[in-house]
Design a protein around this ligand. Structure first.
Ligand code: CUP
Length: 152
């Protein structure tokens, strides 16, 4: 199901901490992702060889994590209609990084888990809304992957 306008607003009403500090939350998401799905660490060459210790306070990891959170924020603020952001993101992740789309599902699950754990007030309605927003984000990324002819 596609997320509705109210669902973007419901999530955004709790989103200020992430907006204020995208790098820290993004860092937590990527660290959690690499911990739960170690093979995902190999997707980005600059993260492949890093030990768990080296993943702490890593500027590259914080920078990429910040991108993840900021892009998702932009997507919600645009009510899911801003195609340009998604298209650029799909292009870099398909052509440059070659990230199979299954990982978008995996990182979405991690984002959900981290947000619900770290952000105060995320009740069941906001949780459902966040799930739908992430699903829509992921689906639209998949559509651009299709357009680009990237099959993985
Ligand atoms: O932004 C970015 O960077 C992305 C995000 C997303 C997408 C889809 C869905 C959700 C989110 N990314 Cu990059 C992703 C990923 C990474 O980084 C890693 C691994 C996997 C995935």
């Amino acid at each position: 199901m596609c997320a509705s306008g109210e669902e973007y607003d419901a999530v955004l009403s709790f989103w200020d901490p992430l907006k204020a500090d995208p790098k820290s939350y993004g860092e937590i998401v990527l660290q959690r992702l690499f911990e739960t799905k170690p093979d995902s660490q190999k997707l980005f060459p600059k993260f492949t060889a890093l030990s768990k210790e080296q993943l702490q306070n890593n500027p590259d990891l914080q920078a990429h994590g910040g991108i993840v959170v900021c892009k998702l924020t932009e997507f919600m603020q645009g009510g899911g209609r801003d195609k340009k952001t998604l298209k650029d993101l799909a292009e870099s992740h398909a052509k440059q990084h070659k990230i199979p789309r299954i990982y978008f599902q995996i990182i979405s699950d991690v984002i959900f888990e981290v947000v619900v754990e770290k952000i105060e007030g995320f009740g069941t309605d906001a949780q459902t809304a966040l799930k739908n927003v992430l699903k829509t984000f992921q689906t639209q990324m998949g559509e651009f992957y299709d357009e680009l002819g990237f099959d993985d």
